[in-house]
Write a protein that binds this ligand. Structure first.
Ligand code: PEP
Ligand code: MG
Length: 553
């Protein structure tokens, strides 16, 4: 057996033979034409046909995997109709004398370089859209279908298999018959590549970034979509273990599906707000499918971690705006940059600290880096026009920190006003309760803000003096510990007294064993990672708060 490691991008287990999808990125040799007007007309016609084909793909994707994924084809359509693209191709054909095929090849190449150099990983990943648009037009120019021939030459769809490829273009992903693909392995790709998004949408276990996977046709593998492990030629015992895990996982998943579109209410009819934690607009796929009531925690630092340069105000406005828009008026809580300790961004040099977990992180970092904070505040205010925004301050230990952020928000709004940039002053301001100081000061802090969000991950490590990243003290670092429970209870009581709302967004919110406790002390809002939405909804629906109350009395 040989073990390969990649990035787990879609959870689940898959066992089976590998089938390869050969790379489609062959380049068209550049050729000149004798008849420039004819080539231009050929291109225009192919472009028109490609546009209507993309509309068909959009409709297919919409009915198969929903709007979030189908939107990719709308983006591609916009790209194909882009004025700049058209001008470049026109010049290539009418001025430089290239054939239609060569012009699209040359122009796609130029676009590729532009995308490759982009800072934002999400935008860089859109290079696949350029390639796909190119293939669509080439396909129309060639009247014979390149995609179909690639599909036909691949035996991948004939029997249940593990599909392996360098990467998969969006239009190709639609040809994938999910019932015949048990799992996916991508040599390239990332959490946010199209294939990864599709795999998650279809519930196909997938691992990306397995650059060294051998190309042998006869491989038999296990794909572990939780750890990112690929086991090649595993012994019988391993196959049996994974087959068991797979059965267990499938049974649980099937049973949970019934909770996708039912209300989040307890047995006695108490409505609970169940929201989702995300780190990037791309995480929205599961959120919408599983009917979350909003985004309880958008960890904005992940957006920064995806980039290799500080994301600009425009980039941030676009990312926050996308999430607010997609959530259609439901609550979206965006946390201010919480870097430091275990979350580092490569382009921000931080001083070495003896104990960074208790160092200049979270709001402390933001207040020391006013330029970074002001850019984020401006982007948030600009995006606030698109939905119901909550701004969340991380690692708070005093009221002064809140006062400063409020003042800076007023300054940012004033600056936008002076510059004539549209923004909205309608948002809620809240704080993370994740330090013992904020718990003990919660009666006073509650008067300063609109909401509390209890971060049980950090709160637990600080209350228990047990590093959350150190497995050796893992048994101590448990949110279910009585000391942590009491801290959470104090916080909820302070919020109730002040009449502000409170949610729990740390991992404790996703632990079914703690749901009853949290609801029993008055928590009515939970925020969990998208894959945990259904299991927590199921748990909530089995709790009877009136009975619990009676037992206590
Ligand atoms: C927490 O500390 O509980 C929390 C939600 O924040 P993070 O896990 O990002 O530190
Ligand atoms: Mg935290």
């Amino acid at each position: 057996m040989k073990l390969y490691r990649g990035m787990a991008v879609s959870e689940g287990y898959a066992i089976g033979p590998v089938r390869y999808l050969s790379s489609q990125k062959e380049n068209v040799p550049l050729k000149k034409t004798e008849n420039r007007p004819k080539e231009w007309a050929r291109f225009l016609q192919a472009r028109m046909k490609a546009c209507s084909h993309m509309m068909e793909l959009y409709q297919q994707a919409l009915s198969r995997v929903g709007e979030h994924y189908a939107g990719i084809f709308k983006i591609q359509l916009a790209l194909l109709q882009d004025e700049d693209l058209l001008t470049r191709i026109r010049r290539c054909i009418l001025e430089a004398g290239y054939t239609a095929e060569s012009a699209i090849e040359k122009t796609a190449d130029e676009y590729r370089h532009v995308f490759e150099e982009m800072d934002d990983e999400y935008l860089r990943a859109r290079e696949a859209d350029v390639q796909d648009v190119k293939q669509q037009v080439l396909m129309q120019l060639a009247s014979s279908s390149t995609l179909e021939s690639r599909r036909e030459t691949s035996p991948a769809w004939e029997e249940p298999c593990i599909l392996a490829a360098d990467d998969i273009l969006p239009s190709e992903t639609l040809h994938i018959d999910a019932s015949r693909v048990r799992g996916m392995i991508l040599r390239q790709g990332s959490q946010i590549s199209h294939a990864a998004i599709l795999a998650r949408s279809l519930g196909i276990p997938a691992v990306a970034g397995v650059a060294d996977l051998p190309h042998d046709e006869d491989l038999f593998v296990i794909v572990d979509g939780f750890s990112g492990d690929i086991l090649v030629d595993p012994p019988k015992e391993k196959v049996a273990i994974y087959a068991d895990l797979q059965r267990q996982y499938e049974a649980e998943r099937q049973a949970l599906k019934q909770y996708s579109d039912v209300k989040t209410v307890t047995l006695d009819g108490t409505r609970i707000e169940l929201m989702a934690n995300i780190g990037h607009p791309n995480d929205l796929t599961g959120v919408l499918d599983y009917g979350a009531d909003g985004i309880g925690l958008f960890r904005s630092e992940y957006l920064f971690m995806y980039c290799d340069q500080m994301p600009s105000e425009e980039q941030q406005t676009a990312a926050y705006g996308t999430v607010l828009q997609e959530m259609q008026g439901k609550r979206v809580i965006i946390r201010l940059l919480d870097i430091g300790a275990d979350k580092q961004v490569p382009y921000v040099k931080m001083d070495r600290e003896e104990n960074p977990v208790m160092g200049r992180r979270g709001i402390r970092f933001c207040l020391e880096h006013r330029d970074i904070l002001m850019t984020q505040l401006r982007a948030l205010l600009r995006a606030a026009r698109l939905g119901k925004l909550g701004i969340l301050i991380p690692m708070v230990v005093s009221a002064e920190e809140i006062h400063t952020v409020r003042r800076l928000l007023t300054e940012a709004a004033q600056a936008l006003q002076n510059e004539g940039i549209p923004y909205s002053g309608e948002y809620e301001l809240g704080i993370m309760i994740e330090t013992p100081a904020s718990v003990m000061l919660s009666p006073e802090l509650a008067k300063e803000v609109d909401f509390f969000s209890i971060g049980t991950n950090d709160l637990t490590q600080f209350v228990m003096a047990a590093d959350r990243g150190n497995p050796k003290v893992g048994a101590l670092c448990q949110a279910g510990n009585e000391a942590v429970r009491r801290m959470v209870k104090i916080t909820v009581e302070s919020a109730q007294k002040a009449g502000i709302w409170v949610d729990v967004c740390g991992e404790a919110a996703a632990d079914p064993e703690l749901t009853e406790f949290l609801l029993s002390i008055g928590v009515r809002s939970l925020s969990v990672a998208p894959p945990s939405l259904l299991v927590i909804r199921q748990t909530i629906r089995q709790i009877d708060l009136i009975r619990l109350q009676e037992i206590r009395e």
